[in-house]
Design a protein around this ligand. Structure first.
Ligand code: 0A1
Ligand code: ZN
Length: 877
């Protein structure tokens, strides 16, 4: 077992630095061969620092060229430096200016952290610890300083020079060189630093803020891509207006720039005034982008913009608090999308994502709380737990406090902590102070890992007209957390009478119920409702009011009753999902369904489809059959992926068979000749049509030719991609030909090539691993580009369970071998792909053993990155 305990960092060890950085003046001299960085840092001891306390600055793969203190070169005995840092042995006990020079090779930086080149453009990524790869610094989020940046670069290679804040001056610097000086007046941590130098095109616009200030907006991109940036620009302006309306937040600088680059480890980055984006989250045109791409662009543009207040103006004290900015900002972007599109559809979308990605993380070897208390590699904590579960925790807070109470707390947060680096505790405190409540128990959501399991039982007594509802909560142990405490779980609920209308009650005892909210705060609670004339069906966790798993004694009949009558659209959807998950899970375990179960479920789906009052986007979600991975999680142990996939296919066949003709008619009726628009209305109709296509392909012979015809005749990428993905997923007779055609037609556009990679990785046939090996091994495969690697390997490990978890272990070995290779180029990408192995504990023993063998072989390799070693050790613990 590799022990790198010396690398483990603990929250309890947090202490402020003895010195602080008063201001940072940076001078970049960018040239083709190398970039020289001169930093002038004004530094002072904090009050109380013992004179003679050494100053330790972070560095990562840096080489010091020169060093001076207050203008005079420093003697060798006054400092030590190596690749990982610079220490001033005995700095003066007063304010001083430290000047260092280093030389960087951005071209060779394949980790894409610090200063690197993407398609010729120089750009940076500093969160969380990339700034130390640019210069020696106190590279931690509680060190806030104003930055001034001078950049000099060859005009021919980099006519565009951008950095954070406002442009102060620019001009000629002799020969082919020119310069620009940018100043960011808002003190910021180094992780928000950014610089871009390149030959880029742009589109520009402006936004007038609520106080009447005019902000210059620009999106920079590769030449020729300008036309594909308009949806992003539109999303930005809507985000700016929304944050003013909903949270009273106005933008603060005079300019807001976005740059799209093609090599980027994550989605995008909220650098102050200069957001840098993975180009897949900027570029969109109907021929190459899907509705889902447009949706993603809108969401992420908003997310990064919203960080300006939740992240930048108020930042994190340390990286354990990452959820402070991320959970809150995801909550804000979810709310934005809900307001811009359909609230219930967005909610279902977000919950689906949580269940597909976060629940597996929370229920496996990589489980951790939204606010962890130790880490070995912080880059491995940009997780769905920190982001999406973090957002659920904020959402529960809003549910508990009500919209007005939540807003009062947010207002106080901005007022009290503007300009600070703060903590989850301080965040909770503003809601306590603004609302006069105690959130101590609620706070456990931030520190306890694992998805709570809530068991529900109910009974009805006709004689006394009382209805009893018992809720019990428990959380299974997670790594490092054996004991769990009861959480405060907000349960939004209603009781539904036999005729389908809501039922009131005359009294309730046994626990705290506020209107339609149960405050469930103990291991178990039994509520007794009086004045109930007949047995109700309970609708619990409306709108998914808490991120929990529910088991209940509701049978299929009651679930389908909810699917018809619940006034809460989320629960209507959820009831259908629960009913079909149970049927597939049973069948996968050898317990077959009855014809009546299938007939009833089919009828519920048809009724949903026929309901003229329902939004097509909602219908699409309602008829979606749960993914195999979701069913596997529901089964929870000894899963045989082949059995799950077969059961799922059988359910679809049984459902669709007798009504295939009707479904096909609906499918055909939804075709449209309107010109493409990415709006929610059109997108919803397309998703319904493509959902029907999926059902037809999986469940009837009519489907495959329809998919081929749709692929051939599609007028936009949404329909074309859906047809290809469905054909590949169910491996129709034409699947291979369709994939081949797509590849030829779209070879030139990398983002469309990614779609081909993703669809290819979904194929369930036994030769998929072989084909993927060939794709990766092709000499022209861009193996340093994160989008390419992730598009191929991400979907394979996360959703192609049948082939990833093959009996012979070939899927596992393919991935560990790929990870070993990628690790040498980009550890962040490698470790993320490896997290797919978190599925092992739920698999049947033989497959689990194959998976562990592959992991053990990977661990035996020399020179693994800390990123990969950390994930490996947790997977194998
Ligand atoms: N703060 C960004 C996420 C991000 C994190 C790390 C990155 O590079 C390693 C890049 C982006 C966000 O929440 O969007
Ligand atoms: Zn974020």
């Amino acid at each position: 077992m590799r022990t790198e305990s010396e690398h483990t960092i603990y929250l309890k060890d947090y202490a402020p630095t003895p010195y602080r950085i008063v201001s940072a003046d940076l001078d970049f001299r960018i040239r083709e061969e190398a970039t020289r960085v001169r930093a002038q840092l004004t530094i002072e001891p904090r009050p109380g620092t013992e004179p003679g306390t050494p100053l330790v600055l972070d560095g990562d793969e840096l080489k010091l060229d020169s060093i001076a203190m207050d203008g005079a070169p420093m003697v060798l005995s006054a400092y030590t430096s190596d690749a990982n840092g610079l220490t001033l042995v005995e700095p003066p006990p007063r304010r001083f200016v430290l000047e260092t020079e280093v030389t960087l090779k951005p071209e060779a930086n394949t980790r894409l952290m610090g200063l690197y080149r993407s398609g010729g453009t120089w750009c940076t990524q500093c969160e969380p610890e990339g700034f130390r790869r640019i210069t020696y610094y106190l590279d931690r989020p509680d060190i806030l300083a104003p930055f001034k940046v001078r950049m000099t670069a060859p005009r021919s290679l980099a006519p565009i020079l951008l950095a954070n804040g406002n442009l102060l001056e620019q001009g000629d610097a002799g020969e082919d060189m020119h310069y620009a000086v940018w100043e960011d007046p808002f003190p910021k941590p180094a992780y928000l630093f950014a610089l871009v130098a390149g030959d880029l095109g742009s589109i520009t616009d402006s936004f007038t803020t609520m106080s009447g200030r005019e902000i210059a907006l620009a999106i920079y991109c590769a030449h020729g891509k300008e036309d594909e940036c308009h949806y992003a620009m539109d999303s930005l302006k809507r985000s700016m207006a929304w944050d003013e309306r909903r949270f009273g937040r106005e933008y603060d600088l005079d300019v807001f720039n976005i740059v799209a680059v093609s090599d980027f480890n994550f989605g995008a980055m909220e650098n102050k005034g200069l957001n840098i984006f993975n180009d897949r989250l900027v570029f969109a045109k109907p021929e190459t982008a899907t509705d889902a791409n447009y949706h993603g662009i809108e969401r992420v543009i908003a997310h990064e913009y919203f960080h300006n207040w939740t992240g930048n103006r108020i930042t994190c004290r340390d990286w354990f608090q990452l959820c402070l900015k991320e959970g809150l900002t995801v909550y804000r972007d979810q709310e934005f999308t809900s307001d811009e599109r359909s609230r219930p559809v967005q909610r279902i979308h977000d919950v689906q994502n949580l269940r597909t990605n976060q629940f597996p993380e929370d229920g496996g070897p990589l489980a951790h709380p939204p606010r962890p208390d130790n880490y070995r590699e912080i880059n491995n904590f940009y997780t769905t737990t920190v982001y999406e579960k973090g957002a659920e925790v904020v959402r529960m807070l809003a549910t508990l406090l009500g919209e007005a109470g939540f807003r009062k707390g947010m207002d106080l947060y901005f007022e009290r902590h503007d300009g600070e680096a703060t903590t989850i505790e301080a965040f909770l405190k503003v809601f306590e102070d603004a609302n006069g409540v105690d959130l101590a128990q609620f706070g456990i959501w931030y520190t306890q890992a694992g998805t709570p399991q809530v068991d529900v039982t109910d009974s009805y007594d006709a004689a006394s007209q009382t209805y009893t509802l018992t809720l019990a909560q428990k959380v299974d142990p997670t790594p490092g957390q054996a004991e769990k405490q009861p959480l405060l779980i907000p349960v939004r609920f209603g009781l539904i009478g036999p005729n389908g209308s809501p039922m009131g009650w005359t009294g309730v005892s046994g626990g705290e119920v506020r209107d339609d909210l149960i405050l469930f705060d103990r291991a178990s609670v039994t509520l007794t409702f009086t004045g109930i004339a007949s047995r109700p069906v309970p609708s619990l966790f409306r709108g998914f009011s808490a991120p929990v798993k529910v088991t209940s004694n509701l049978g299929q009949e009651q679930l389908l009753f909810l699917a018809r009558h619940d006034s809460d659209p989320f629960n209507r959807w959820d009831a259908l999902q629960t009913a079909s998950t149970a049927l597939i899970a049973d069948a996968a375990r050898g317990k077959d369904w009855s014809g009546t179960d299938i007939d009833a479920l089919r009828q519920a789906l048809l009724d949903t489809l026929d309901d003229p009052g329902l939004d097509p986007a909602f219908k699409a979600q309602a008829i979606a059959i749960p993914a195999a991975t979701v069913v596997a999680r529901h089964i929870g142990h000894d899963v045989d992926p082949d059995a799950v996939a077969a059961a799922r296919k059988r359910l679809m066949t049984a459902m669709v068979g007798p009504v295939a003709e009707r479904l096909e008619a609906k499918y055909r009726a939804l075709s449209s000749s309107e010109p493409y628009s990415p709006d929610a209305g059109q997108a919803g109709r397309r998703s319904l049509r493509n959902g029907l296509l999926g059902l037809l392909v999986a469940g009837s012979d009519r489907g495959a030719p329809l998919a081929t015809a749709q692929y051939t005749g599609a007028a936009n990428m949404t329909d074309r991609y859906a047809a290809m993905a469905i054909a590949a997923h169910y491996w129709t007779g034409d699947a291979q030909a369709i994939l081949g055609d797509f590849r030829t037609i779209h070879a030139g556009d990398p983002l469309v090539f990614d779609k081909w990679l993703t669809a290819s990785a979904q194929a369930p046939d036994d030769r998929v691993v072989e084909r993927m090996r060939a794709i990766l091994a092709a000499p022209d495969f861009p193996r340093t580009n994160p989008n390419r690697l992730r598009s191929l390997l991400g979907p394979f490990v996360m959703s192609n369970m049948v082939q990833f978890a093959r009996k012979d272990g070939a899927g596992f070995r393919f991935i560990t071998e790929a990870v070993a290779e990628i690790d040498r180029v980009n550890p962040q990408v490698a470790s993320r792909i490896l997290t797919g192995f978190r599925i092992l504990p739920i698999l049947e023993p033989a497959r689990r053993d194959k998976g562990r063998e592959a992991l053990a072989a990977l661990r035996d390799r020399e020179g693994l990155s800390r990123n990969v070693a950390d994930i490996l050790d947790r997977l194998l613990a």
